[in-house]
Design a protein around this ligand. Structure first.
Ligand code: GDP
Length: 302
């Protein structure tokens, strides 16, 4: 239900145009496909992904000898899911340790919804009975530490912090020690999102990871990149930059409720080959959902 509500804008945009297209055409011809391409591109599905999808559609339409535009609709959803699920590692499940501490590092530029996502996930894990700790590793942006503390109070989770401007790697060291001492299950680590200087970003993330790994072999178990769905193709550019700077294991796409161009999920998965693990569908504590391609695609049409 949450998924459906969150996708209202995209669904309205996408299915209205699609219904209009289907009602105007009597047969599935070249013009039909060209208009379909345009609709998909406008929904931010991404040029390469659209081309791939439409190629697949054309073949399928030919193979099944489909003449009626109405019938193409269901093939579109099938193909969208297929494209999302093609290749390895498209699953949204997090790598949670059975025993001991799981460390999750969050990266992404300012304003994308990183802190909110950490707060939402803290709430989710806590309600599953896990002991959670958050690390205020964004020591750069003014107010970032306080903002994480607000979430800490809201969901009842401790925040490990130092003062603004301190070394984020030192904060992580403290946080790991605290997590061990308190026998925490999950450590959620915020980081600063400075994209202006990729070399610095890379160095900072490497140092943080080194500290974490030294204390807990195999950690961090996830590096989640938070992207803002409302920024469209810009999100894709951010994804590329972060992928070059560090090993991103999954994406959290926030603010999917705030855009009519939710096709960006497909573009990200298909072009980056990184699974979308969660989507943000609102500002509240429980507005975070594991990403499910079938629910998503059927949510676009229903
Ligand atoms: P950060 O700078 O990356 O830590 O971003 P914040 O967590 O402070 O989020 C920036 C703004 O986006 C805040 O006003 C959040 O309430 C809002 N926000 C975050 N996630 C979502 C979401 O999934 N949906 C909506 N509608 N707003 C969100």
């Amino acid at each position: 239900e949450k998924f459906k509500e969150g996708l209202v804008k995209t669904r309205d945009n996408f299915s209205n145009k699609l219904n209009d297209l289907v009602s105007r055409y009597r047969s599935v011809d070249e013009d039909f496909f060209e208009e379909l391409e345009e609709i998909l591109i406008q929904a931010d599905v991404g040029f390469d992904t659209v081309m791939e999808l439409v190629e697949e559609l054309k073949m399928e339409v030919k193979r099944r000898n489909i003449k009626d535009p109405e019938e193409v609709q269901s093939v579109i959803s099938e193909k969208l899911i297929e494209i999302y699920e093609s290749g390895e590692d498209h699953l949204s499940a997090l790598h949670i340790q059975e025993d001991g501490l799981t460390v999750i590092l969050f990266v992404g530029v300012n304003g994308v919804g990183k802190t909110t996502t950490i707060g939402k996930l803290a709430h989710k894990f806590k309600s599953e009975g896990k002991k959670v700790i958050m690390a205020a590793g964004d020591t750069f942006r003014a107010g970032a530490i306080e903002q994480l503390e607000v979430w800490g109070d809201r969901v009842g989770v401790d925040v490990i912090k130092q003062t603004e401007g301190s070394d984020p790697a030192a904060v992580m060291y403290d946080a790991v020690q605290a997590a061990k001492a308190r026998k925490a299950d999950i450590l959620l680590c915020d980081t600063a999102g400075r994209l202006q200087n990729k070399v610095n970003l890379m160095k900072e993330l490497e140092k943080i990871k080194r500290v974490i790994e030294r204390e807990i072999p195999g950690a961090p178990h996830e590096v989640l990149l938070v992207l803002d769905a409302t920024t469209g193709q810009n999100a894709l550019i951010q994804a590329k930059t972060f992928k070059e700077a560090t090993d991103v294991s999954g994406i959290v796409l926030s603010k999917l409720d705030g855009t009519a161009k939710g096709g960006i999920v497909l573009a990200i998965r298909n072009e980056m080959k990184i699974p979308v693990k969660f989507v943000g569908l609102g500002e509240k504590m429980d507005d975070l959902q594991p990403f499910d391609p079938e629910k998503y695609v059927y949510g676009l049409f229903s």
